[in-house]
Design a protein around this ligand. Structure first.
Ligand SMILES: Nc1nc2c(ncn2[C@@H]2O[C@H](COP(=O)(O)OP(=O)(O)O)[C@@H](O)[C@H]2O)c(=O)[nH]1
Ligand SMILES: [Mg+2]
Length: 201
C-alpha cells in the first residue's frame, strides 16, 4: 500500500468518494439528487464554507470483478455504504462490503457513512431503524435514513463524509490511492464543483 497525498484540480481539493451497495438500493438516485442540487443557484454548494470538488464513483455491476472492486476500495478516500430498508439482503451485503474494505485497508481509519435508503416506502420496510443504528455503531460511523426519491437527508450523507475526510486530513493521517485510470473505467464518475463563498474564514 502506498501513502497518498491529497489530489487537487484547478486549485480545488478533490475528494474521492465511492458508493457501495447492492444493485437497486438507490446509489445512482442518491448521487444524482445530490449533484443536481449543487448546480442550483439558491443552494449553497459549499460544505462548511469550504469549497472543493467531489469525485463520486457510483459503482454498478462490477461486483463480479473482484480485482476492480478491490482497486476502487483501495483508492477511495471515503465510502457511502448503502442498503435499502425494503431489502434485507441488501442489508446483509453491507457487512460484506465493510469486511472487504477492512481487509484491504487494514491499518486505516476510513471515513464512511452507512445509509438506509427508500424511507418513503415505509409499508415495505424489512430492516428497522434500530438495526441500522446498531450496525453503524458497530462500524463506528454515522448513519442516515434517506429517501433519494423525496430528497430527504441526501446532503447530510455527503457532507458528513466530507467532514470526516477533512477531520482525518487535519489529523495528518494518510490514505491510500492506486491506479486512477482503472477508477475511470469501473463506473460513472460524477464531478461536482461546489464554489467558494465570500464568507469563508
Ligand atoms: N421509492 C423509492 N425508490 C427509489 C429510491 N431510490 C431509488 N429508487 C428507485 O430504485 C431503483 C434503483 O435505483 P438506482 O439508483 O438505479 O439504484 P442503484 O442500482 O443502487 O444505482 C430505481 O427504480 C429508482 O427509481 C427511493 O429513495 N425511494
Ligand atoms: Mg446505479
Amino acid at each position: 500500500m502506498h501513502p497518498t497525498t491529497a489530489s487537487f484540480l484547478g486549485g480545488l481539493r478533490k475528494y474521492k468518494i465511492v458508493l457501495l451497495g447492492e444493485g437497486g438500493v438507490g446509489k445512482s438516485a442518491l448521487t444524482m439528487q445530490f449533484v443536481s442540487h449543487c448546480f442550483l443557484d439558491y443552494h449553497d454548494p459549499t460544505i462548511d464554507g469550504e469549497s472543493g470538488l467531489l469525485d463520486i464513483l457510483d459503482t454498478a455491476g462490477q461486483q463480479e470483478f473482484t480485482a476492480m472492486r478491490e482497486q476502487y476500495m483501495r483508492s477511495g478516500e471515503g465510502f457511502v455504504i448503502m442498503y435499502s430498508i425494503t431489502d434485507r439482503q441488501s442489508f446483509r451485503e453491507v457487512s460484506q462490503a465493510k469486511k472487504q474494505i477492512e481487509r484491504l485497508r487494514r491499518s486505516e481509519d476510513i471515513p464512511m457513512v452507512l445509509v438506509a435508503n427508500k424511507t418513503d416506502l415505509e409499508s415495505k420496510r424489512e430492516v428497522t431503524t434500530e438495526e441500522g443504528q446498531a450496525l453503524a455503531q458497530e462500524f463506528d460511523c454515522p448513519f442516515f435514513e434517506t429517501s433519494a426519491a423525496l430528497r430527504q437527508f441526501v446532503d447530510d450523507v455527503f457532507h458528513s463524509l466530507i467532514r470526516q475526510i477533512r477531520r482525518k486530513e487535519r489529523m495528518g493521517l494518510k490514505s491510500t490511492q492506486k491506479d486512477k485510470k482503472l477508477r475511470n473505467r469501473v463506473g460513472t464518475i460524477v464531478q461536482s464543483i461546489f464554489r467558494r463563498t465570500k464568507t469563508r474564514l
